[in-house]
Ligand binder design. Structure first.
Ligand code: C2E
Ligand code: CA
Ligand code: CA
Length: 280
């Protein structure tokens, strides 16, 4: 038995080593990709639940590495945060999104489609975040109301006053702020009352079972009603079936996002989707 334990220990050590090696490799490749601005957004449309009209687009970072293939943002975003690369990565996604949003606003029929960009707490706490955004909006002449920033509940842990100030400044600029992954984290009620958020994105885990489970359907209905009392628009994430969509429309959800309606797509696919010849 002792010997067996030794073997499994060795194996375990090897495993940790592999994991560590991959992290190191990833970090090096990531640093290079960020430097070279090779991480680009994909675009996932969001629709009005009632009319089906296109309302907005979420920008989702995508990274394809020659050696590693596609790496998921669930892997590289946390790494960018710990490797101190998120500021640069976030800025490049933001600028890219603003350029595409402006081109769409200028050249396409659907003029009022908003662009939503994810921002990690690290990025928001960087000095100059708001000034930089203001400069980008001016340089590319995008009306601020067409930009939204998606933040998560973790931003507010410990009553982060600085974060609330940054969000308030964004709102004063005219930029929207959505609270992402609602329901998964730290209680967000205090945050909602601060008044610096204008949209709630209910996490996909709350959408998953609403068609089969009456309790979860009732919970979703309550969340939507509460949000409306607070003058917040509600987005349901991860809508995958017609049944889920029907429940959400019945519960007066405002906006739907999910594979049922449209998947995230590259800029090359997004242009024809939007009936646009080119975005730059
Ligand atoms: P998120 O902000 O919650 O983004 C929604 C995720 O749900 C995306 O995953 C999207 O592809 C996926 N999704 C959309 N519709 C469906 C559906 O119907 N079913 C299911 N199961 N999933 C759906 P993705 O693109 O892999 O991104 C993962 C997370 O990485 C994002 O979650 C966000 O937290 C983070 N992320 C992505 N891009 C950025 C970025 O530019 N900056 C920062 N800070 N974080 C980002
Ligand atoms: Ca998001
Ligand atoms: Ca989300």
């Amino acid at each position: 038995a002792k010997q067996k334990q030794g073997v499994s220990c060795l194996r375990y050590a090897g495993h940790v080593d592999d994991h560590h090696q991959r992290l190191l490799l990833l970090e090096n490749r990531l640093r290079k990709a960020v430097e070279e601005r090779r991480i680009k957004p994909f675009y996932q449309p969001l629709f009005c639940a009632r009319s089906g009209q296109l309302m907005g687009v979420e920008c989702l970072a995508r990274w394809h590495d020659e050696e590693l293939g596609w790496v998921s943002p669930d892997e590289f975003i946390p790494l960018a945060e710990t490797a101190n690369l998120i500021g640069k990565l976030g800025d490049s996604i933001l600028e890219h999104a603003i350029i595409v949003a402006q081109a769409l606003h200028q050249n396409c029929d659907q003029k009022d489609v908003y662009f939503s960009v994810n921002a990690s707490p690290y990025q928001l706490s960087e000095i100059g975040f708001v000034d930089n955004m203001k400069a980008l909006l001016e340089r590319h002449q995008l009306p601020p109301r067409l930009l939204k920033i998606e933040v998560t509940e973790s931003l507010f842990i410990g009553g982060n006053l600085q974060a609330i100030n940054v969000l308030t400044e964004l709102r004063n600029l005219g930029v929207g702020v959505a609270l992402d992954d609602f329901g998964t984290g730290y209680s967000a009620f205090a945050v909602l009352k601060e008044g610096c958020i204008d949209m709630l994105k209910v996490d996909k885990s709350f959408v998953q079972n609403i068609a089969e489970n009456d309790q979860e359907k009732a919970l979703m209905t309550e969340i939507i009603q509460m949000a409306h009392i607070m003058n917040l628009q509600v987005v349901a994430e991860g809508v995958e079936t017609e049944e889920q969509k029907a429940v959400l429309v019945g519960a007066e959800c405002d906006i739907l996002q999910g594979y049922l309606l449209a998947k995230p797509m590259s800029e090359a696919d997004f242009c024809p989707y939007m009936n646009c010849n080119g975005l730059k």
